[in-house]
Design a protein around this ligand. Structure first.
Ligand code: FAD
Length: 532
């Protein structure tokens, strides 16, 4: 009994977190730091995102520190209540793996460590440590939409979709968005491949296009046009998408609908001279030769200048403008800064946040200029000021950063907690937190209000190689250790290595089992070419 009564404030914090926030006032009444003794309340860690960085983090958190009796309370916010194993998204488009086989529920992953809110963060107030969230789903609006009515009615407005939550430590892992480079028509006429929804939409579209092209009233010219697939981007996503499409055509379409097989055309367009430009030269040349022999047309050195309805306008190296017709165009040309990240960057000192790709972080993944209260992982984070010191935006990097961040939290417990109360409505940092010297200091480690304990090791990345599937059971692996005799794995061995590693690296035993089952199902019965 004595133990229960000794920490009333902590119990108050626990009961408050167990309750979903109804509105901002209720939230601040129950959870605002001034209401609780600074030393007695739990440190509230809010994680944004349910992708590689965030999931790797929560999977590695110590349940003793984050559970009911731990020192932290964890809140994960993401519009998606699942994590997608992105490297197999192209295989989901090709119907090799089923969509449900490569997703894991956040509820399962966070169990016993914290709570999850299905919402999208729309604003970060770093000075008052508050987040504005917008609910991802609204029952009232969904009902009205189904009935064909406009959103909003008496007693229900846009404001009802919003809520505000406080944080002590924010971990931002919202990833990036598709880069369109401001090219006209990309958003309107192209398919993307970033989320599971994208993969589903694309797979269903391909299935419909194939079925339409097989109808008897379609002329040969129309059929050719309907089966004209163009992929923009010669990086791993574009290459694997083209490879999976070609496998689909050469194996399943050839078997079930041989009459249309010859009319299918797959073209890959890229402004660079080589495919997979970040890989070893040996792999670049090999990938081109595999694509050429499998019938995938390559339009290298072609910069897309505009996407029209059914036509891609490109500029060749020689300065010539060309039109490439398509019925389906997949845009896999790179990533850009997430709008939430861009808006946070705007609020931080411009002289410290100098990257145009994301949030510049220090060697401990703390957002530079955020006083040590915001950390950033994955595609949203920029780890250095030069291309040599910046890590690539890959799952491998995000995963390792998540593991590092979890260790930091597990080890340091309350030491990471900001020492100041942030609630009196600030719009900038108090002046003592930045001084003239630091404001003009080139050192990325801006002054931090929340110092890390001495001896905290910096994040260090261990590169484990890069894989890519090229189709026809062939693949490549850029090995992490190069020897004069062995620099890469290629061909069927590369393909088997890719398949084996993509199965082993799955997020859970459940998805590992499902993916293995899918490979077997595919080998015995073929792909799912239906639109379901
Ligand atoms: P993500 O994994 O993108 O997660 C972002 C999360 O944030 C999502 O859950 C999203 O719903 C959530 N979110 C978005 N907006 C908000 C918001 N406003 N508020 C809260 N949450 C939000 N990398 C490799 O290393 N190897 C590969 O083979 C590979 N293949 C790939 C294939 C494809 C098709 C794609 C698209 C990517 C591939 N990548 C690969 C790259 C890899 O997926 C990314 O680098 C990785 O996902 C980055 O992790 P992240 O946590 O930063 O972001």
């Amino acid at each position: 009994l004595a133990a229960t009564c000794a920490r009333p404030a902590r119990r108050l914090a626990c009961s408050a977190t167990a309750m979903p926030f109804i509105d901002d006032r209720a939230a601040s009444l129950q959870l605002a730091p001034p209401a609780l003794a600074e030393t007695d309340r739990k440190t509230r860690v809010v994680v944004l995102g349910s992708g590689w960085g965030a999931v790797s983090l929560i999977m590695n958190l110590d349940p003793a520190a984050f559970g009911e009796h731990g020192d932290y309370e964890l809140v994960l916010v993401s519009p998606r209540n699942h994590m997608v194993y992105t490297p197999l998204l192209p295989s989901a488009v090709g119907g090799v793996v089923s969509e449900t086989s490569i997703v894991e529920s956040i509820r399962t992953l966070i169990e016993g460590k914290g709570i999850y809110y299905e919402a999208r963060a729309t604003n970060i107030d770093p000075f008052n440590r508050k987040l504005t969230l917008v609910k991802e789903y609204c029952e009232v609006c969904a009902r009205k939409k189904a009935a064909g009515q406009a959103a909003g009615h008496h007693g229900h407005s846009e404001a009802d979709h919003e809520l505000t939550i406080p944080y002590d430590i924010l971990i931002c892992s919202v990833g990036a968005v598709n880069a369109t480079f401001g090219i006209k028509g990309v958003q309107e006429h192209c398919f993307f491949l970033k989320t599971m929804e994208d993969a589903k939409t694309l797979r269903r579209h391909i299935s419909k296009a194939i079925e339409l092209a097989a109808l008897p009233d379609v002329s040969p010219e129309q059929r050719k046009r309907m089966l004209n697939f163009v992929i923009c981007g010669g990086g791993p996503t574009g290459v694997e998408t083209a490879a999976e499409l070609m496998d689909l055509v050469s194996e399943d379409i050839a078997h079930h609908m041989p009459q249309i097989k010859e009319d299918v055309s797959i073209t890959l367009v890229d402004g660079m001279d080589n495919l997979l430009s970040s890989y070893d030269k040996e792999i670049q040349d090999y990938a081109s030769s595999v694509f050429e022999s499998s019938g995938i047309k390559l339009r290298m050195g072609c910069r897309v200048t505009q996407v029209l309805d059914g036509q891609l306008e490109v500029q060749t190296k020689e300065g010539k403008t060309d039109l490439i017709p398509f019925s389906t165009c997949v845009w896999a040309a790179g990533i850009a800064m997430h709008p939430l990240v861009a808006s946070l960057k705007e609020k931080l000192p411009a002289d410290l946040q100098t990257s145009r790709r994301g949030l510049l972080v220090d060697e401990h993944l703390r957002v530079v200029g955020s006083q040590g209260t915001i950390y950033c992982l994955g595609d949203a984070a920029v780890t250095g000021t030069t291309p040599q010191t910046t890590l690539p935006p890959t799952a491998q990097v995000a995963k390792q950063q998540g593991v590092y961040m979890a260790a930091l939290l597990n080890r340091n417990k309350l030491a990471l907690r900001p020492a100041f109360s942030a609630w009196p409505g600030r719009s900038s940092w108090p002046s003592y937190e930045r001084d003239e010297h630091h404001a003009h200091d080139d050192d990325e480690n801006a002054p931090d209000l929340v110092p890390l304990p001495e001896g905290t090791k910096p994040f260090s990345y261990f590169h484990m190689g890069a894989l890519c599937y090229l189709g026809n059971h062939k693949g490549v692996m850029d090995l992490p250790f190069k020897t004069p005799f062995l620099r890469t794995l290629k061909g069927t061995l590369g393909g088997q290595t890719w398949k084996g590693l993509e199965t082993i690296m799955q997020i859970s035993h459940r998805t590992r089992w499902l993916v293995t089952h899918d490979w077997l199902r595919n080998a015995v019965f073929g792909r799912n070419i239906s639109d379901i």
